[in-house]
Ligand binder design. Structure first.
Ligand SMILES: Cc1cc2nc3c(=O)[nH]c(=O)nc-3n(C[C@H](O)[C@H](O)[C@H](O)COP(=O)(O)O)c2cc1C
Length: 428
């Protein structure tokens, strides 16, 4: 408890502005990265992920995916949440939860990569209410308050809450006031006049005119859009909708670029395209890979370009990794990698000449040297005696006996580092 209090005092709280904003609503199977990307591109101020259940986030591993330029939260091969810099400061992660501690653990895990955490207290779908989450929480306002309080007190990012209207006006007002008192940054429901925090209107908004109408009859100036974005994310454009063909092409290209699972892409694309009978619709229905999808919407060439770029990136990254590993080994073991390789038979000869004391013919050995080329292994070694190159295996005992050890030098081979060039090795 004491520690928590200290943390709270020193934590720098980030804020985001929820006034006059248009937001992509959380949508299961729809709110993945390509949909969020297009919504932002076409004018959304913030974008919500689909609901992600706390336990899934907690057990996921955060991976910086250099190949794709993404940050991934993975459970084995399953992507729970994939994000990029494109949505930094704009992506709101919607949490499915019914437990204050699990909610906090999950939110802490993703805190550095999201702009805010939204708690789902409004989704009536089976997958959500099944564990007492989503709209099921509305039956237990104390639980909602406990979850929100724990998040607000311990997170550095804003917390929001999405609810539905309760049976009576009074009940709804009572709940939103209690929610406001927890310190949340905004609430998604139609109760603007009752609270001071921004209220985001959601439901049946299909164009900017709809937003203007709501503005006129209430004090609400922020909006959240789900189904209209699901069928065409260019709904966020102030200049009107773009043709669906352009949108499905863009969506497919994003799926290729960010290596999205084809099943999810197919579902979202069919929600946009809707006509399942024409050529594009039919090829989407039959698609079994991102390649099929891109081919179906006339973007096969782009797909191959992406694959080529990804392979190049992979090679670049593996070379970087190898270089790093080599550096690490050199640091751990500073002498061995740079030491010259002395073949056994040669070393033996040196020992022998030493043993003989004064028996080495010093006059006849003037022009003789052993050149040990490189330090990597036997293949690199060759021996020069009296200016003749000789394979080390062919050095005769006689010749060995006149080796002058003071002339043993290393000659760097082409792969040796600059540092080692012209380095003389003393064997004594
Ligand atoms: C496909 C789909 C999935 C949805 N998934 C979620 C969800 O995960 N969490 C949530 O709070 N609401 C969810 N909703 C509800 C929407 O966020 C929104 O509240 C509702 O659709 C009303 O907005 P609209 O009239 O703009 O569609 C979903 C709606 C749709 C259409």
């Amino acid at each position: 408890m004491k520690n928590n209090k200290k943390k709270k005092e020193t934590m720098i709280k980030k804020t985001i502005d929820f006034e006059n904003k248009v937001i992509l609503a959380p949508m299961v199977r729809i709110g993945s990265f390509p949909m969020r990307y297009l919504s932002l591109k076409y004018g959304a101020d913030y974008v919500c992920t689909c609901e992600i259940v706390d336990k899934r986030i907690i057990k996921s591993t955060r991976i910086v995916n250099k190949k794709l330029g993404t940050i991934d939260y993975m459970n084995k091969d399953r992507i729970e949440f994939r994000t990029t810099d494109y949505e930094k400061g704009k992506v709101i992660l919607q949490l499915g939860t019914c437990d204050p501690d699990l909610a906090l653990q999950a939110a802490k895990h993703v805190e550095q990569d999201v702009a805010a955490i939204d708690v789902n207290c409004g989704c009536p779908k089976r997958f959500s209410v099944i564990g007492g989450m989503g709209a099921a929480l509305l039956a237990n306002p104390d639980k909602i308050i406990a979850i929100l309080t724990n998040l607000v007190n311990n997170l550095s990012i804003p917390v929001t809450c999405k609810i539905r209207l309760l049976n009576t006006y009074e009940e709804t007002i009572d709940l939103v006031k209690r929610i406001e008192a927890t310190g949340v940054a905004a609430i998604t429901v139609h109760c603007r006049d009752a609270v001071k925090i921004p209220v985001i209107a959601n439901g049946d908004i299909f164009c900017y005119d709809d937003m203007e109408k709501i503005k006129k009859i209430s004090n609400i100036n922020s909006f959240m859009i789900a189904r209209a974005a699901q069928s065409n994310p260019s709904i966020f454009r102030r200049d009107g909708l773009l043709p669906k063909l352009q949108i499905v092409k863009e969506y497919s290209k994003l799926c290729a670029k960010y290596d999205m699972p084809y099943q999810n892409a197919k579902y979202a694309l069919l929600c946009i395209w809707q006509d399942h009978q024409d050529n594009i619709g039919y090829s989407l229905v039959k698609s079994k890979s991102i390649h099929d999808i891109c081919k179906g919407v006339g973007e096969e060439e782009y797909y191959y370009q992406v694959l080529k770029e990804r392979n190049e990136k992979e090679i670049e990254l593996s070379e970087e990794t190898r270089a790093k590993q080599e550096e690490t080994y050199a640091d751990q073991c500073p002498y061995i990698p740079r030491a010259p390789y002395i073949p056994k038979n040669l070393k033996h000869a040196l020992d022998e000449s030493d043993d003989k004391g004064g028996k080495v013919d010093n006059e006849n050995k003037k022009d003789e040297k052993i050149v040990v080329k490189g330090d990597e292994g036997k293949e690199n070694v060759h021996v020069e005696v009296n200016g003749n190159n000789e394979n080390n295996n062919e050095v005769t005992k006689e010749k060995k006996s006149i080796i002058d050890e003071s002339k043993i030098i290393t000659e760097p081979n082409s792969q040796e580092s600059e540092k080692n060039k012209h380095k003389k090795i003393k064997l004594s």
